[in-house]
Design a protein around this ligand. Structure first.
Ligand code: AMP
Ligand code: MG
Length: 491
């Protein structure tokens, strides 16, 4: 019996789509954590995966039967500048498996050594960024947001050189695919329309099968990517997530959150928030994310123009029509989500003032995003619980004035308060990966080889919508307020 039931499709695309390259072995692999549920769903025996042969495979020291390891070619706009050749510089795609849900998944090793796309990089990953991606991607999955998943993290027993020498690690990442907007750009930039078509056909079959059989499949493909991206960015905003590096090479055409580098969650609500040390101009700030998603989708549409219609004018018209659906799609998802966060089953005419005024007051009063909405759940049930929300506002009377209008609106719905609160608790997380806890978790692992905080935080974040009184400290805001928090690209 083979250990992993590979069924590879990307390697059947033309040779210029990738470079065949096995992972580079490491000195002393040691399993840090393995995602047993995900392994089982992928048809992999968790006990095997956590055993010696599995860990060798996860570290890149052995290539399992049926794998066909490659580094994929892609390009990308990085902070607005086009780079025609990026590609998997430190990741190796082992192959694909069919998940229990019937959908295909990639299994990729990130930090698996140099590839022909490594440029000056070492092909490796440091332990800190691997743990950050593991934890945050699994937290996003538990929040119900489309995302790549973490299958396992392995320490390499080697050091990587960054500003200092740091312990190295490999992350086994699972994704619907690793095809990015930048993958399309790679071929379009070379005038290779046949490759763009082959890639589009692959993406249609793999991610948008319902679009394959309509009159204009490539237009339907663009529509599909636009729709999923609109929903995804709305979902990010609704939990306070800042991706941090929304380059076109970090945007999946499958609609999953991918590439957790400098990402972080808001503490106090402020749409201008950036965490990334390299995002000096706030290009990827929290509130910029819908606009940037549309900018990236416009780059995707450009690559598809030759496929959208015979003549250029008609193609541009089709692209513009598809892109024009982003705004309404995003607004519907975002406003519908905000309404549910406030206990309203639907967003009605006039609700914009209610939601916008709350957010404006939260911003003006430095109210913590996650705590405000979570405590509103209690306030919906018992007006005495207003005290907990008021505490979060610099000027609590600003909340009082708003709460009067909110209660009137809730009363119109006629739902009983307990039911409203229950519905609200299912969409307003108690627990998100708080930046100061993520940093403390990383410091414990890197400086003291103590993985206890990682294990505990991972367990807490697997149930984000449940009150977990024993773990209440993970819901608390940092003493500093968090405004000075900085993240660094995970290289
Ligand atoms: P990222 O900023 O992680 O999205 O990566 C951008 C590009 O840099 C991708 O082509 C990566 O494969 C490449 N890259 C990042 N870190 C490394 C590294 N340590 N070694 C080689 N390539 C890297
Ligand atoms: Mg990337």
């Amino acid at each position: 019996m083979t250990a992993i039931p590979f069924d590879n499709s990307y390697v059947r695309l033309p040779d210029r789509f990738f470079a065949r390259r096995a992972p580079t072995p490491v000195a002393a692999p040691r399993l840090i954590h393995m995602n047993g549920d995900l392994a089982a769903n992928l048809g992999v025996d968790p006990d095997w995966l956590a055993g010696p042969a599995g860990v060798e495979m996860l570290a890149g020291n052995s290539v399992p039967e049926g794998a066909d390891p490659i580094a994929a070619a892609y390009a990308g706009h990085q902070f607005g500048n086009f780079v025609p050749k990026l590609g998997d510089g430190r990741a190796v795609l082992l192959g694909e498996v069919i998940h229990r849900d019937g959908q295909r998944r990639d299994i990729q090793l990130k930090g698996a050594g140099p590839t022909p796309f490594s440029r000056r990089g070492d092909g490796r990953a440091a332990l800190g960024p691997v743990l950050r991606e593991y934890l945050v991607s699994e937290a996003m999955a538990a929040l119900g947001i489309p995302t790549t998943r973490a299958l396992a993290a392995v320490a390499t027993g080697e050091r990587v050189v960054r500003e200092t020498r740091l312990p190295g690690a490999v992350l086994a990442r699972v994704a619907a695919s690793h095809i990015r907007v930048g993958t399309f750009q790679y071929f379009a930039a070379r005038g290779d329309v046949e490759a763009v078509r082959a890639l589009a056909d692959h993406v249609l079959a793999r991610h948008y099968p319902e679009a394959s059989s309509v009159e204009h499949p490539y237009r339907a493909l663009l529509d599909g990517v636009v729709a999923r991206q609109a929903d995804l960015v709305a979902a990010w905003l609704l939990v306070g997530f800042v991706h941090g590096v929304m380059n076109t090479d970090n945007m999946s055409v499958a609609g999953e959150t991918i590439d957790y580098g400098p990402c972080a969650f808001l503490d106090a609500y402020d749409p201008h928030t950036t965490f990334s040390s390299i995002d000096a101009h706030g290009r990827y700030a929290y509130g910029q994310q819908p606009g940037i998603a549309l900018w990236n989708l416009t780059r995707l549409a450009e690559t598809l123009l030759p496929l959208l219609a015979e003549d250029e004018e008609a193609a541009v018209e089709a692209a513009e029509a598809a892109l024009a659906r982003f705004g309404p799609g995003f607004e519907a998802a975002y406003h519908g989500g905000l309404a549910r966060k406030l206990g309203l089953p639907a967003y009605r005419d006039g609700d914009a003032a209610l939601t916008d005024d709350l957010l404006a007051q939260m911003a003006a009063n430095r109210a913590d995003f996650t705590l405000t909405f979570r405590r509103l759940c209690d306030a919906a049930e018992r007006p005495q619980a207003d005290a907990g929300v008021r505490d979060l506002f610099v000027d609590p009377t600003k909340y009082d004035a708003w709460a009067v209008r909110w209660r009137e609106r809730l009363a119109n719905e006629g739902r009983n308060p307990a039911a409203t609160a229950t519905a609200m608790r299912a969409v307003n997380p108690a627990f998100i990966p708080r930046n100061h806890h993520v940093e403390a978790m990383i410091a414990a692992a890197v400086e003291r080889s103590d993985f206890g905080p990682f294990e505990e935080l991972l367990a807490v974040l697997s149930r984000p919508y449940d009150d977990q009184p024993a773990h209440a400290r993970y819901a608390e805001v940092p003493e500093s307020g968090g405004a000075d928090y900085r993240t660094f690209c995970g290289t």
